[in-house]
Design a protein around this ligand. Structure first.
Ligand code: HEM
Length: 363
């Protein structure tokens, strides 16, 4: 007995090693190990720099995963990218899934914004503002970069563009964030004249056909981009009462749930074998129309009562910017520049998007 006690630390150590090894061997490949006391925290910490891709890796567990936090920490949560669960949480059982007790309830922006977003005048104003910004600031700035052969960070340029447009929409004042490198007015007029000249020499039917075709493909390309890179990559919810998700997972009252839109866009079970390919064609029907995908499957704009109110305006704005850029410039990524997501509640790029722009020949 004394001998056993003397060697107790070794026995304890051996027993712990055995239990840990068994746990490691029993953990499915790709899944974080549930360590005693620490739970899955080490796996989370080790993957913090690539959190979004980590939520994609968890698909090895199916579309829903239970994350065990350190003991007594109350940091257990459910990660899901199952459209059926998203439909349940964001639509059918919306009342039970809130932002959480810590989320401020002082101001409901939806109530304030709803009337405004329904106004045709406001939508028109947003489109006009974006068009004006593209013509007067974005195109001249990129023209200058093209002439000087400069490398531009397109993420930064587009963020400044969005900031400009948002300030103008919300406050009525244009902060001119793109104006530093703005070229003289003459160049802007040249731009406008070039576009108008092209319209004049192109028959109207052809122009209409071109733009309609272009818009379907452009819309599809934008949807495909948002599927793979949703600007809001995850949605955090908190269960007020106990519930069972459609996938069969039990949810206790107070459980936190993370719906990963980023992972949902990359699931074979949701989007098919080519889920990781950028293929705008998946959004186009045989008749050349945009294919409808339910909002709980294409979650970039959220679903249910909290659906993005600015969805249509966002598409208008994106199309204006994309059309202005594609029409005027050839864009080439700087060789060797790695574009990867940065950990943030909004999907940004870690190193921006360095590119060279060249004026399109013949325009
Ligand atoms: C590609 C661009 C956009 C994306 C991906 C997007 C996505 C989203 C998402 C995911 C939400 C839900 C947030 C949540 O409750 O967790 C949301 C809400 C909202 N979005 Fe957007 N949005 C975009 C552009 C815009 C624009 C341009 C506007 C305004 C002009 C806008 C106005 C709103 C408003 C007012 C809400 C609040 C809805 C609510 O809380 O009920 N969004 N958006």
């Amino acid at each position: 007995m004394l001998g056993l006690l003397k060697s107790y630390p070794e026995i304890l150590l051996a027993l712990s090693c055995f239990l840990l090894l068994r746990r490691c061997l029993n953990t499915p490949r790709g899944s974080p190990i549930n360590w005693p006391l620490l739970g899955m925290l080490p796996g989370l910490v080790g993957n913090f720099h690539r959190l979004l891709d980590w939520t994609v890796d968890l698909r090895l567990q199916g579309l829903t995963f239970f994350f065990k936090g350190p003991i007594l920490s109350k940091h257990d949560f459910i990660v899901t990218c199952d459209p059926a669960n998203a439909n349940h949480i964001l639509k059918s059982a919306f009342a039970n899934y809130q932002k959480g007790p810590d989320f401020p309830k002082i101001f409901d922006p939806r109530k304030a914004a709803h009337g405004l977003f329904a106004e045709a005048k406001f939508r028109g104003f947003v489109a006009e503002t974006s068009k004006g910004n593209a013509e007067r600031a974005l195109v001249p700035m990129l023209t200058r970069a093209a002439e000087l052969g400069e490398v531009v960070d397109l993420e930064d340029v587009l963020l400044r563009f969005t900031f400009n447009a948002s300030c103008k929409i919300v406050t009525g004042v244009d902060p001119n964030c793109l104006s530093e490198q703005e070229v003289p007015f003459a160049r802007v007029f040249d731009e406008a004249e070039e576009v108008l000249a092209l319209r004049r020499v192109t028959p109207m039917w052809c122009w209409k056909l071109m733009s309609l075709r272009g818009l379907v493909y452009l819309h599809a390309a934008l949807c495909e981009t948002l599927r793979l890179y949703p600007p809001v990559p995850f949605n955090h919810k908190w269960a007020a009462k106990a519930d069972v998700l459609p996938s069969g997972v039990s949810v206790e009252a107070g459980t936190r749930i993370l719906i990963s839109m980023y992972a949902m866009g990359r699931m074979e079970r949701v989007w098919g074998k080519d889920c990781e390919e950028f293929r705008p064609e998946r959004w186009i029907t045989e008749r050349g129309r945009i294919k409808y995908e339910p909002s709980h499957k294409f979650l970039a704009f959220n679903a249910g009562p909290r659906t993005c109110l600015g969805k249509d305006m966002a598409f208008t704005q994106m199309k204006i910017v994309a059309a202005a850029m594609i029409y005027n410039f050839e864009v080439e990524a700087v060789e060797g520049h790695v574009v990867e997501p940065k950990l943030s509640i909004i999907l940004h790029m870690k190193n921006g998007f360095l590119a060279k722009v060249r004026k399109r020949r013949g325009y």
